[in-house]
Write a protein of this length. Structure first.
Length: 255
């Protein structure tokens, strides 16, 4: 049975430079390309409600949003933000230090577990977005494997490029490990060389079809394109990424 392609979103960090001068023009162009959603990276002076209204007026959806892990003081604000965006999952992440040792990972798992407990009464869950450090070896095991075991309620937005850890890991296998807890995938491509700029999806060394097929179709909600940096024009890379994913029936768009 053929899997139905998931909707395609764009992490707006990708176009942060263009957005500094005219963020509304950037959103309009993303909609014109055909993206079904966006993942904000700053709201440019708007409230979450105002940002959502602009995005929806353009025929898109706020697919997901990143923020700090809720603590007792920030839980109410996190819940309000999720509700204003129309989300039932919020995303957070941690730095290299928090995944540097098993003891640090245990502490991070405890923080995330408390954050999840604060959000649960509002019907909101918490997922983590990774960089490469979560996919390095810690005490003979990939750091994220320790974390997933220690924090069983956490969900994941796996950044598949970073999960490869520059070719040290098979990202499809890493997605498969956590597929029951992974509603979002960050899709990016590149040479898998540390420090080298990324490429449009489909133009690098990532086996993107294998990565997407490793996810659980019943759990996966969105594919989110992101380029941290690129050697070519960023808008061109965004459009090429969209075409590659949609034309190859790996994602669904509005065009």
């Amino acid at each position: 049975m053929t899997k139905l392609p998931k909707p395609i979103s764009l992490q707006l960090y990708t176009l942060r430079e263009a957005a500094k001068s005219d963020h509304l023009a950037v959103l309009k162009r993303i909609a014109q390309i055909g993206f079904k959603g966006v993942e904000p990276a700053g709201l440019y002076g708007m409230t979450p409600k105002e940002f959502r209204a602009v995005v929806e007026d353009l025929g898109m959806t706020v697919s997901s949003a990143h923020g700090i892990c809720p603590r007792s003081m920030s839980a109410e604000a996190a819940i309000d933000t999720a509700n204003d965006f129309g989300l039932d999952i919020l995303c957070t992440g941690f730095g290299r230090e928090e995944f540097s040792t098993v003891e640090k990972i245990k502490e991070t798992a405890e923080i995330v577990t408390k954050g999840i407990e604060l959000l649960e009464p509002a019907g909101i869950n918490l997922m983590l977005h990774n960089h490469d450090h979560e996919y390095t070896m810690v005490n003979g095991r990939i750091a994220y494997d320790w974390f997933a075991e220690l924090c069983p309620k956490a969900l994941f937005e796996i950044d598949t490029y970073w999960a490869s850890n520059f070719g040290a890991n098979d990202p499809a296998k890493e997605v498969a490990k956590l597929k029951a807890r992974t509603p979002f995938l960050h899709i990016k491509d590149g040479p898998l060389t540390k420090g080298a700029p990324m490429t449009a999806a489909g133009a690098g060394k990532m086996d993107i079809p294998a990565v997407i097929n490793a996810a659980d179709e019943k759990v996966l909600r969105w594919l989110v394109v992101e380029l941290d940096e690129c050697a070519t024009d960023m808008f061109t890379a965004v459009e090429e990424s969209y075409r590659y994913l949609v034309e190859n029936n790996l994602a669904s768009g509005n065009r």
